[in-house]
Design a protein around this ligand. Structure first.
Ligand code: CMC
Length: 428
């Protein structure tokens, strides 16, 4: 008979402990009983960067990194990308089920209703310098929204919580587009509520003097698929920031600003920007072998490759590669694509990448598409943050409703000096 337990023997004391195993996991707190003597604090687990620690149970997003599978609420990403829309997927991620037609219509109406931002937020954008990075503007404006909706701090009020969720999903594209328009010195475009979520975003980004902006259907759909692919990705750095900061019971605007700040980093949502810089630096197919050597000598990383969870081809990268063709049919080809395809071909045949299971991730091709759509590289992490908002919010709600969660507060192993007497400055 098998026992769902782990037996641990502490060789310092010779004592054995039987620790329950649930979902192939032991509870770190069960280690605390392992003590050398009564005064001992008890055993802890040490896991910098959470490489082997589950911080939560979740029912939202499932990734099988070895097989390259991604599912939202049990639905494969490939089917959602093929048949659904971003707003429908957002509903699914938040509510756990696909909406009926009536539910989807109401959800779409409500999101559309909240797309405007307070006029004072425009002044906030105006205060930024002309070359301010749009991600810095997005992060700041998300936090600023908390001052416009002080009731949001009442996170236990479910009605208010739902309203803030709708506001954040509705306003994220508006904030993002305003940040872009400021950075290029163009007047802000107000939302057009007759357009789809992505069609309206393109309108706020690119409308010039025409009375009505008509989004190119192929680009509108490509962007919608990209948004579906980026909607959630379980406990990544940004989501962990959302949960961790949210665990202090701060309002969702401030928690979302923290999540967006985490996403900004080049190892996370900033990677697609870094991919474009890398491809531009490589410049031509002839320079690829020398660049690969530099990667193998650890001088640089091959940006857009590798993932903490995927040890196989990122399923999102496969879908994005297909969308690229549809976008380029409208925009004309992006010359960086040839370099990316050749880089991928060489890397996937090279032992360095094979041994380490390094495959293209979502960011390898997304930047090339965004660039073809006319977006500056600085906007790429913003394009990741807009759709990820729903993932952050769903994970935030799951955290708030989880009785086992408390304020996120890790332990440390203190290895510094102790018990030193203060030395006055003239004696040092
Ligand atoms: N280029 C070259 N070597 C790499 C790369 C890379 N992109 N990624 C990992 N490695 C090597 C690394 O040097 C290490 O080798 P060794 O064992 O010899 O020291 C091994 O592979 C394992 O790497 P790691 O850094 O321990 O892996 P990690 O799980 O901590 O890091 C990662 C994951 C995504 C930060 C990393 O793969 C990376 O820096 N990739 C480039 C940046 C990137 O594309 N980020 C986007 C991630 S996907 C979007 C998102 O979810 O945010």
């Amino acid at each position: 008979m098998t026992h769902e337990t782990l037996t641990v023997t502490d060789n310092r004391t010779g004592k054995s402990y039987e620790i329950p195993i649930t979902h192939d996991t032991i509870r770190a707190m069960d280690l605390r009983q392992i003590k050398v003597n009564e005064d001992d604090f008890g055993m802890m687990s040490y896991d910098p960067a959470f490489k082997n620690t589950a911080s939560t149970k979740s029912t939202i997003t499932d990734i099988d990194g070895d097989k390259g599978i991604l599912q939202y609420r049990g639905y494969p990403i490939e089917q959602l990308a093929e048949q659904s829309t971003y707003l429908e997927v957002a509903y699914l991620i938040l509510n756990g089920e696909l909406p009926t037609q009536a539910e989807l219509d109401e959800w779409t109406r409500e999101i559309t209703h909240h797309t405007l931002i307070h006029e004072n937020v425009k002044q906030l954008f105006d205060a930024f310098r002309y070359d301010a990075h749009p991600m810095g503007m997005l992060i700041s404006s998300l936090a600023a929204l908390s001052t416009f909706y002080p009731e949001a701090s009442n996170i236990g009020d479910i009605k208010s919580r739902d309203l803030q969720i709708k506001r954040l999903i509705a306003k994220a594209p508006t904030l993002a587009a305003f940040a872009y328009r400021h950075s290029v010195g163009l007047p802000y475009n107000y939302p057009d509520n007759d357009l789809s979520y992505t069609g309206n975003f393109l309108n706020m980004m690119f409308k010039m003097v025409e009375p009505r902006y008509k989004p190119e259907p192929a680009l509108e759909r490509a962007l919608d698929v990209l948004f579906i692919l980026h909607a959630d990705h379980e406990q990544n750095c940004g989501t962990n920031a959302m949960r961790s900061v949210g665990s202090s019971n701060v309002d969702p605007y401030c928690a979302a600003a923290a999540a967006a700040a985490a996403l900004y980093g080049p190892l996370h949502g900033g990677a697609n920007e870094a991919v474009i810089r890398m491809l531009t630096e490589i410049g031509s197919l002839d320079n690829i072998p020398a660049f690969i050597e530099r990667v193998k000598n650890r001088e640089v990383r091959l940006m857009g490759f590798g993932h903490r969870v995927y040890k196989n081809y990122d399923p999102r990268a496969k879908i994005i590669k297909r969308i690229a063709d549809e976008v380029f049919a409208v925009t004309g080809a992006n010359p960086l694509l040839d370099i990316a395809l050749e880089l991928e071909r060489i890397a996937l045949e090279d032992d360095y990448f094979i041994e380490r299971k390094l495959y293209p991730n979502v960011d390898f091709y997304s930047g090339i598409i965004y660039q073809a759509m006319g977006l500056p590289t600085a906007m790429f992490p913003v394009m990741f943050a807009i759709p990820r908002m729903v993932g952050w919010l769903a994970q935030w709600v799951e955290m708030l409703d989880d009785d086992e969660q408390a304020i996120a507060r890790p332990r440390q192993i203190y290895l510094g000096a102790r018990n030193r007497d203060y030395v006055s400055i003239d004696q040092r």
